[in-house]
Design a binder for this molecule. Structure first.
Ligand code: PMP
Length: 354
């Protein structure tokens, strides 16, 4: 969901934006008023994430998957390796795409502990052959696996290896230290705004390394040189992202929303852990605070659970088609009241089956 206040503002100025007589989506991306919208969105994102001056912020197209290809094309040569920490379905998807443009090496995959709960192996247990390490362009990981609900809350750092993070489903949910990363990217449609946009934060010295075959419209260097307007950007998504950034600032910024996100996640996991009726298969340390997958002890009740939830006004709880079960996505815009309503429903549903 997007914040209700943002939707209301967008609705109010949909046809007549700032008394211009036009919708913001009708004006040229090169017009002064739109350039101001674009620059304000960038500045607000810089403020929210404390992005240092030596990083470029790009507003591109192609969503999250687009960057699976764009990142290796832009910062690795075909002879180099990209290392991959594979912790779920999205980081796995990034490996097969990168393999078209570089050599790839999976350093570790998520596994299970003695309690059969999913964990991410410690760096000490990674497979890091010396010859590959000496020829590595970057290490890619996904701090929040949207489908699996598996998260790595501290960045995995290898000496002298650039870190690339797919933050599609957790950007702006918790404070981060940008300087830990060479590239951060995110499809917009979780914590940023509507789909159609991808945000890329790239350290300047990584520009200028694109493979010759890189299509111009996904070339980070060209995008940076043209203020993300080498080709026409998705202007309406960019404008709405700007409204979301202003909303987030008004909420107190990233630290404040992080505290709220922790409270929401804690409430939901407590309910799941307390009742034998529900189960989450991720070890506590690696649980996502954005996506909470869970199963019912009796999967025959899944359809009834979903139907009754829907009737109560609790939408989109069906787990990803690849894993089944349930998944509650509790992004920044989801209020605590939404999670409270879900937990109340879950407790009542479980009690009714006794
Ligand atoms: N990475 C992550 C972590 C995601 O959650 C998603 C989409 N849910 C993607 C990549 C793919 O994004 P898109 O559909 O915008 O290409």
């Amino acid at each position: 969901m997007l914040p209700a206040e943002v939707m209301q503002q967008a609705q109010a100025e949909f046809i007549n934006w700032q008394n211009s007589g036009s919708s913001v989506m009708e004006i040229s991306h090169r017009s002064k008023p739109f350039i101001e919208v674009a620059a304000a969105a960038e500045q607000d994102l810089r403020d929210l994430l404390a992005i240092p001056d030596n990083y470029k912020v790009l507003f591109l197209q192609g969503g999250g998957r687009g960057q699976f290809a764009s990142v290796p094309l832009n910062i690795a040569s075909p002879e180099q390796y990209s290392l991959h920490l594979q912790t779920g379905s999205w980081s796995k998807g990034a490996v097969s795409e990168a393999a078209k443009y570089t050599h790839t090496h999976v350093v570790a995959k998520d596994t299970v502990n003695a309690d059969n709960k999913r964990i991410i192996p410690d760096i000490a247990d990674w497979d890091l052959p010396e010859d590959i390490l000496g020829n590595t362009a970057f290490l890619h990981y996904c701090p929040n696996e949207t489908v699996d609900g598996v998260a790595l809350h501290t960045p995995p750092k290898l000496p002298n290896v650039e870190l690339v993070a797919d933050m599609s489903s957790n950007i702006l949910s918790a404070p981060i230290n940008i300087a830990d990363y060479g590239v951060i990217y995110a499809g917009a449609q979780k914590n940023i705004g509507p789909s159609g946009l991808a945000v890329v934060i790239v350290r300047e010295d990584l520009l200028g390394k694109a493979q010759a075959q890189t299509p111009s419209f996904i070339n980070f260097t060209l995008a940076a040189e043209h203020d993300s307007m080498y080709n026409t950007p998705p202007t309406y998504s960019w404008y709405l992202a700007g409204l979301v950034f202003k909303w987030l600032k008004a909420q107190g910024g990233v630290s404040a929303i992080h505290a709220k996100n922790l409270e929401k996640a804690q409430l939901l996991y407590s309910c799941i852990d307390e009742l034998d009726f529900y189960h989450n298969n991720v070890a506590a340390e690696f649980r996502s605070i954005m996506n909470v997958p869970f199963t019912l002890a009796n999967p025959e009740l899944d359809a009834q659970f979903l139907a009754e939830a829907e009737a109560t006004g609790l939408h989109a709880l069906k787990g990803h088609r690849s894993v089944g079960g349930m998944r509650a996505s509790i992004y920044n815009a989801m209020p605590l009241a939404g999670v409270e309503a879900l937990v109340k429903f879950m407790r009542e549903f479980a009690a009714a089956q006794d």
